[in-house]
Design a protein around this ligand. Structure first.
Ligand code: AGP
Length: 610
């Protein structure tokens, strides 16, 4: 879950690498480093430190490094504490080879023992360092042949880039399990974990597949497999522009992305609503109507916020299409025996499209004979490329580690799928047309919901010192409660739990007192009255209540301490609106607590390791 970037060409590499690292910092930010070849010294120059990329920029400014070829890394530690020593790049005994890596070497301990046995001196606690010494140990001529030979011994995942003082100008890149792409410039080439690092210089990218080894020199590149057979990969064009990955005047990407939701919901809907037919058009599914009709059950696999969206999707698909849906934690599902039941459709939901657990759960389902579709935001990501078809969110790049706009767009995408499946399974034209209209109204309703921000900010003031929170809801609002709790945990480090409101009396109610704020997600739907009773139970025990409910609901005065009223919409769609005040509440509490909202501790945007 690190970020790697590389450059070879005619320009000074250091500033390009540092700028690329800054754009990749949302992938990991506990230490950083770079290595340059062929500069003013014969050999390799390495600079690295514990801490943010900004520190590395300062270090390089103090001690400039020159060279036209280099690699760089921003880290999310898996093996070895985030220290200067464990920061990447890692080098071999003679400091002739430098390497940056994203992924986990699972047999590193065995490799380390063998290398030390062979006389290598390994100085760090990382799994990655073994790779540099394996390459040094490999008996072959060219750097790429040595990399191929070294990787034969490796179990695990990697996206890596290697340079050698003996072959200035060359970068060797390899991929298995972790995303890497090449950027094709004019007389120059880039390597990056994702396109945001190089978008300033080129939109032409080549996504590497698992098993690919790419060899880059200033004059060109080629790709081979582990048998050195040449591989041909398409050159794609990145759709979004630089502005999409800039703050655009906002203090944080999270707030920018929360405020983008009227537009991102509109983008997810664009061209997909068939009002006349009361249906949805989802060309990317690549499934013929017959194949859609053969679906008997749906298994959703996902992690984190995407898993919460899956839970909301279950309600909507079961209600509209009368198909049974199970929502699985991908990390658990991938290791469970696959039942291989006929008529199973597996939906992999992932903003980044690179989450290792979701990818492997999708692969396991496919191996067991299931059809697999992806609901993904990042175009060209691994899940998107490996799924048989799917739905792109078109929500634009999500930089803030805490996912926000992807959540609401995921629910919109799931609703479109439910509408399509439902209309095929007896859902009436009227209901379909009504839902299509309600969906089309959403961007305006989201805009009105964002106007609650000043009220949310005031409530955040009240609770910024809280140590615990309980989020409660029923039906489609239960996953929203889970999501609200996750947002608060992620960025403010306050312990928070989401719970089905009715479950509270089976235990968590013991936690209720004046110091335990309870946030109820309570739109006026068919379980609303039940939720009000749960509020009474909290009130009776001195708990303080914040309620997210529907506009015009005057009933809660005297029951709750604070209420945030979102516009009315179809009950099945309420989650798209009720989630937004919870995103804002977490955001403002975190800001008041002085937390680094976009780079919350211990987290990273895309979890590409197990
Ligand atoms: C959400 O705010 C977190 N960043 C995290 O839980 C995330 O949702 C999870 O890692 C799944 O990511 P994905 O959607 O990119 O697969």
């Amino acid at each position: 879950m690190c970020g790697i970037v590389g450059y070879t060409g005619h320009r000074d590499a250091a500033p390009l690498l540092l700028e690329g690292l800054q754009r990749l910092e949302y992938r990991g930010y506990d230490s950083a480093g770079l290595a340059l070849v062929g500069g003013n010294r014969d050999g390799l120059v390495v600079r690295k430190l514990a801490g943010r990329v900004a520190g590395l920029v300062g270090q390089v400014a103090g001690e400039p490094v020159v060279g036209n070829t280099g690699i760089a890394h921003t880290r999310w530690a898996t093996h070895g504490a985030p220290t200067q020593g464990n920061a990447h790049p890692h080098v071999d005994c003679d400091r002739r080879i430098a390497l940056v890596h994203n992924g986990i070497i699972e047999n590193a301990d065995v490799l380390r023992a063998a290398l030390e046995q062979a006389g290598h001196r390994l100085t760090t606690e990382t799994d990655t360092e073994t790779l540099a010494h394996l390459i040094e140990d490999a008996k072959a001529d060219s750097l790429e042949e040595r990399v191929i030979a070294a990787l034969e011994h490796v179990d695990g995942t990697y996206g890596l880039a290697v340079v050698s003082a003996d072959e200035p100008g060359k970068i060797v890149v390899a991929r298995r399990g972790s995303p890497v792409l090449l950027g094709i410039g004019n007389g120059e080439l880039f390597v990056a974990s994702d396109a945001s690092a190089i978008l300033e210089h080129t939109r032409s990218v080549v996504y590497l597949n698992d098993g690919d080894i790419a060899v880059l020199t200033p004059t060109g590149y080629h790709i081979v497999d582990s048998e050195s057979h040449v591989q041909v990969r398409a050159v794609d064009d990145v759709a979004w522009d630089l502005e999409a990955i800039e703050l655009g005047g906002y203090p944080h990407f999270m707030l920018k992305e929360i405020c983008e939701q009227p537009e991102t919901v509109r983008s997810t809907l664009r061209g997909r609503l068939l009002f006349e037919q009361g249906c949805a058009r989802l060309n990317g599914l690549n499934l013929a109507p017959q194949a859609l009709a053969e679906i008997r059950r749906i298994v959703i696999v996902a992690c984190g916020t995407s898993w919460h969206a899956g839970l909301v999707g279950r309600h909507i698909i079961e209600a509209l299409a009368r198909l049974p849906v199970v929502v699985e934690y991908a990390s658990e599902y991938r290791y469970r025996p696959q039942l291989g039941l006929p008529g199973t459709l597996t939906l992999a939901i992932s903003q980044s499209g690179e989450t290792a657990d979701t990818l492997e759960a999708m692969r396991a389902a496919r191996a067991a004979g299931s059809r697999v579709l992806g609901i993904v935001n990042v175009v060209g990501s691994t899940i998107a490329r490996e799924a048989e078809g799917g739905i792109y969110l078109h929500a634009g790049p999500e930089i803030g580690v805490a996912s926000t706009k992807a959540f609401t767009s995921q629910i919109v995408a799931l609703t479109l799928l439910a509408l399509l499946l439902g209309r095929q399974r007896g859902l009436s034209l009227e209901v379909g047309q009504d839902l299509a209209c309600r969906l089309a109204q959403l961007p305006g309703l989201v805009d009105r919901t964002l106007a609650l921000e000043p009220q949310v900010k005031a409530i955040a003031q009240e609770f910024a010192d809280a140590r615990n929170f309980l989020y409660l809801g029923r039906g489609v609002s239960f996953p929203v409660a889970l999501e609200g709790a996750l947002k608060l945990k992620e960025i403010s480090y306050i312990h928070a739990e989401g719970y089905p409101a009715a479950e509270m009396k089976h235990g968590p109610i013991a936690l209720i007192d004046a110091d335990m704020p309870a946030v109820f997600v309570a739109p006026r739907d068919d379980v609303y009255q039940k939720v009000v009773s749960n509020m009474q139970e909290v009130k009776a025990r001195g708990g303080r209540i914040v309620a997210v409910t529907t506009e015009g609901n005057g009933e809660l005065r005297g029951v709750v301490d604070y209420q945030l009223q979102v516009p009315a919409t179809a009950p099945l769609l309420s989650a798209i609106l009720t989630a937004i005040p919870l995103q804002l509440l977490a955001y403002h509490i975190a800001v008041l607590r002085g937390c680094d909202v976009d780079r919350p501790r211990n987290l990273a945007k895309s979890v590409t390791v197990e």
